[in-house]
Design a protein around this ligand. Structure first.
Ligand code: NAD
Length: 552
């Protein structure tokens, strides 16, 4: 992977005011005396040159004065628009504090308000009006060789539904995490929103809505637009990895199945979520004891996230030698109509593999009583659906019930950390989708884990692009899950924490990238010659948000 910043430096920088307005190269008050002279900056900046540390101090002082999370988000995006290096320095050095702002939950709020808080455009918009000329639109992107595209059509933004073109906050946020968490250089990242319209009537009536004022394309017209997009991407950026993000499940599974064996692509809501959750289960079993093959896993919610997790668990169990049928019977699903069982009317296709021969249960409580699950996973987007009797029953059945409330944002979580620990007398092994503060229960302090996809996708993406893998496979995702679980320290587990501290994310991502690359070589998808030490190679690829000297 080339280091794009070094190359551009050799080719020549913009000068003067243009340099100060180019976020990729701007250093603000940190330009040195020599740089100010050589680059026509003298007089355009206040005389006292600051260090990057002093600049970070200024940003953080202002940031912490803001009491509203959306204001913090706006503050950070404005910094990203002015000085990218400083933005990533700030984010990387304060990752635990910033993650809930640049990603869930605040990014959800930002998307809801995207046209209202709009300052400068970021990313590439390709709308239904651009059909027939997508190659041209892609060529308008100012960076020549992006290696990762995150693309959304805005139909299912987090748990918030159809936000149309306001969904751009998601690819922008995800790609910021690629850079912060795995050191993928910003110029290699391309956020894209496919504006196929929206069915959100509130947005269609909103004078500040930034997208097309039309209902969503469906059927053949939609598929043809996606197809043109994929073909255009392959033509203009042939080595790029395409990550699908926040598509509604009617399209997400179809598109994944259509393209995963043809191009270098994955769907983070399906495969990334699955991998981080599988990692959480592996870690939880380090506390609870037992093997994956002996678990009964019950999901509330049978959408993209739930079925994606089920499919990866099945793949991992098959890898351990279990038959497909046996592996599927380890996973059970309750959706809005009750337990998914054979013979139920009008089951969506993606649920059919999990429609087991079993008497129907009308709700979660009766399904728990009957199936006696060891692991309960909430991916329903239904707040408070793990009510007290649900958690208490799980705690009655299991000495250490594993309870994951993964729905985002926080307001949608199936239960809070406090509820999970107190209703289970401190025995639950809990993880959530959005962050919760540590909890003290019966005199013990618990640090709830966040099953954040940011643990997985940046490392997977880095591994894939660094060795130029032509495909992204399921095996890579369970290799990533194992690598992540191995990064959880005994000290973490003692506090009930089943994911590593985010402050270690760069190192964690390097291990995941190496594990993914290993699979790429085993499966013969990697094009690049194999480096002797994959872990050292991944570490060496990482972008560091330090100022490069432009002069001398
Ligand atoms: P989805 O719309 O594809 O699926 C939601 C599912 O929940 C559907 O099967 C629906 O039938 C079911 N459901 C709705 N109401 C229900 C009810 N009352 N009882 C039982 N089931 C009900 O959405 P998704 O992509 O699967 O995401 C679901 C949730 O998981 C969202 O809140 C999302 O934010 C969260 N999620 C979390 C992570 C993470 O933490 N890493 C990752 C992805 C998604």
């Amino acid at each position: 992977m080339p280091n794009p910043r070094k190359k551009i430096r050799i080719r020549g920088l913009p000068r003067g005011a243009r340099l100060l307005h180019d976020p990729a190269f701007n250093k603000g008050t940190a330009f040195t005396e020599a740089e100010r002279d050589a680059l026509g900056l003298r007089g355009l900046l206040p005389p006292n040159a600051h260090t990057q540390e002093e600049q970070v101090l200024r940003v953080m002082t202002n940031y912490r004065k803001k009491t509203d999370d959306l204001e913090k988000y706006i503050h950070l995006i404005a910094l990203q628009d002015r000085n990218e290096t400083l933005f990533y320095r700030v984010v990387l050095d304060h990752i635990e504090e910033m993650m809930p702002i640049i990603y869930t939950p605040t990014v959800g709020k930002a998307c809801q308000e995207y046209g209202h808080i709009f300052r400068r455009p970021r990313g590439l918009y390709i709308s239904a009006r651009d059909r027939g000329r997508m190659v041209q639109v892609l060529r308008n992107w100012p960076y020549r060789r992006p290696r990762i595209i995150v693309v959304t059509d805005g139909e299912r933004i987090l748990g918030l539904g159809d936000l149309g073109a306001f969904g751009m906050g998601i690819p922008v946020g995800k790609l910021s995490l690629y850079t912060a968490c795995a050191g993928v250089a910003p110029s290699l990242c391309l956020p894209i929103t496919l504006d196929v319209g929206t069915n959100n009537e509130t947005l269609l009536q909103d004078p500040l809505y930034t997208g097309l004022r039309q209902h969503r394309l469906r059927g053949d017209a939609y598929d043809a637009m996606i197809d043109e997009f994929i073909r255009a991407v392959q033509k203009v950026f042939p080595k790029v990895l395409v990550q699908f993000e926040d598509f509604a499940n009617v399209n997400a599974f179809r598109l994944l199945h259509r393209y995963q064996d043809r191009i270098c692509t994955f769907n983070d809501d399906i495969q990334g979520t699955a991998s981080v959750t599988l990692a959480g289960i592996y870690s939880a079993l380090r506390i609870a004891g037992g093997r994956l093959r002996d678990q009964t896993i019950l999901f509330l919610g049978a959408g993209e996230a739930g079925i994606g997790i089920g499919d990866l668990i099945v793949a991992a169990l098959q890898d351990e030698g279990m038959s497909l049928a046996e592996a599927r019977r380890r996973c059970w699903f309750v959706d809005s109509k009750g337990l998914v069982v054979r013979g139920r009317d009008h089951l969506a296709e993606h649920k059919l593999p999990y429609a087991h021969e079993h008497p129907f249960c009308p709700d979660l409580a009766s399904a728990i009583q009957t199936l006696r699950p060891t692991v309960l996973i909430g991916v329903s987007g239904m707040p408070r659906s793990f009510a007290q009797p649900i958690v208490e029953t799980m705690a009655r059945i299991n000495p250490r019930p594993v309870i994951f409330a993964l729905s985002n944002p926080t307001s949608k979580a199936e239960c809070t950390a406090q509820e999970a620990y107190s209703w289970s007398e401190g025995r639950a092994i809990f993880a959530s989708g959005s962050p919760f503060e540590p909890v003290t229960c019966l005199g013990q302090r618990f640090v709830p884990g966040q099953g954040n996809n940011a643990y997985i996708f940046p490392g997977v993406g880095l591994g894939v692009i660094a060795v130029e893998s032509r495909r992204v496979t399921d095996r890579m995702f369970f290799a990533a899950a194992r690598a992540l679980a191995q990064q959880v320290l005994p000290a973490d587990l003692e506090q009930g924490r089943i994911f590593p501290a985010l402050s270690r994310i760069r190192d964690v991502s390097a291990h995941i990238a190496a594990a993914v690359a290993e699979v790429a070589y085993e499966q013969k998808h990697a094009v690049k010659r194999r480096p002797a030490d994959l872990l050292a190679f991944m570490r060496a690829q990482m972008y560091e948000p330090d100022y490069l000297p432009y002069v001398g």
